[in-house]
Design a protein around this ligand. Sequence first.
Ligand SMILES: [Cu+2]
Length: 545
Amino acid sequence: MILYRDGYTPPIALIFFACACFAKQVHVSWDVGYVSVNRVNQNTFNAIGVNGRLPIPPVYATVGDTLVLDVYNSLNVTTTIHAHGISQNGTSYMDGPAMVTQCGIPPGGSFTYRFNLMQAGTYWLHGHDRHQNADGLRTPLVIYDRHNPYDYDDEHMFVFEDWYTNSFEYQLNRTLDITQPPPPRSNGFGLINGFNGNDTAPISFEPGKTYRIRLINMSTNQWFQFALPGHRMFIIETDGEYTERTEADGIELSPAQRYSVLVTAHDSDRFNYQYKVTMNTDLNAPVPGSVIPVYHGLVEYHRDSPLRAANEFAQKITFVNDIAINSLKMEPPLPVDRSISVALGNSLFSTGQRLFHFDGIVYSPPKVPSLFTALTMGNQAMDPRVYGPQTHAIVLNHLEVVEFTVHNPTSQAHPIHFHGRSFQVYGFGPADNDPLANTTIAPVIYNNVAPLRRDIVVIPGHHHARIRFRADNPGVWLMHCHIDLHSAMGMVLTIVEAPDVLQRRNNIPEDVVQLCQSQNIPTEGNAAGNWGLDMTGLPTPPTLA
Ligand SMILES: [Cu+2]
């Protein structure tokens, strides 16, 4: 068992001495490259790390700081970085998704991300080109608050990842190749704080102290559950948004979700305990006959105290539904100006492949990054058609309150992420156009008091979810499933928010334009690089079979 992992040691000085005195610049330099790792004793594919390391050290900052992230690309393909959950208000061009808000950084090229961190909470940085996050390009981004609404004495962090024996590219290509049998299915291996879940490190508790425990699921595919048997825990944060203090037996996180919980240690150090981490393979089409991986680690009060093992306590965990949690601000549901309904799916297409989609549209990137189309098409930028048939663009008006109802008529849960914002999770109910959906399996439930906010909502199979937000962030933002195989196979759409306001601001930095021009990628015109609605040159999209 490894006792010290420098990559995940919280910087105590930052926690206790971060004062309201000075906003600072947090400068991080990343050389993104291939690293040879053997994280679960049987895997040696070329993973993607930073500065020759994997796991990548987390980034810590304080609200008001500016993050300056220099990226040099040592890979032999393009790369980009996305700050997950950071709203990028005014800096849409720093959001990261390749061919949406920027061009990929070419091999041997570099680019500097620079943006203000105006939100306290638990976030993460990850690759947003070619799903390089799945091969390791991901790490926590913790932003400390200047005035914590909740008191606590210290922090611990648990970062969960799934890890596979092949690269994401291999898995995707094999899945898409209908001339070959599908690749062998695997639940993967659970990693905790960058290491094999079976080697979980102990955490220490001092009697009487209260701990904030940050939980981050950076997985591509798997849900994780966390419990501290023998202790009470209270949710205070969902995806960077404070919540009312809400008691929970345990926490379940979909890919890309984050939570913070408060746990107060027992008054005496007479016993040690265990934390319990379960990789919940049941939610994502379990591999038949597979065993659910469960990992235990020590909660150490005193080196010599006897252990009260996790299995001495009640095993049944009831997870708290999003609807049952109120936001700390106690903001009531926003009054809706406009309702938009979309349906996700997994269907057979004209290519003979089973693909993922919203409303029968399989996303593929445009020839001009959508943000440049929004900036250069004049009045036509308000017409969703100029973004091309394969980006599934939805244009929002500045400051309107939008309710999205996202229907999931599949049998599988999908974690749906919006770039550029958090949103209110207003309610759930049965999916439309789904013969298996009804109010018994998917009761209609709303939070009419003060819905929590978050940036990833899990829509269980045969359900719909209703989410609300005010369109107060002009920019181009993806909405997509955060299961990487699903988004890689089309479950992505594009939200173009207030292109008229974006054009008036006209603040795109020259180096963002240069990044495209140095690779001969057009920076004006519609999705095909033409004017008007002429889409000549774009590939023919697959259609529902
Ligand atoms: Cu999905």
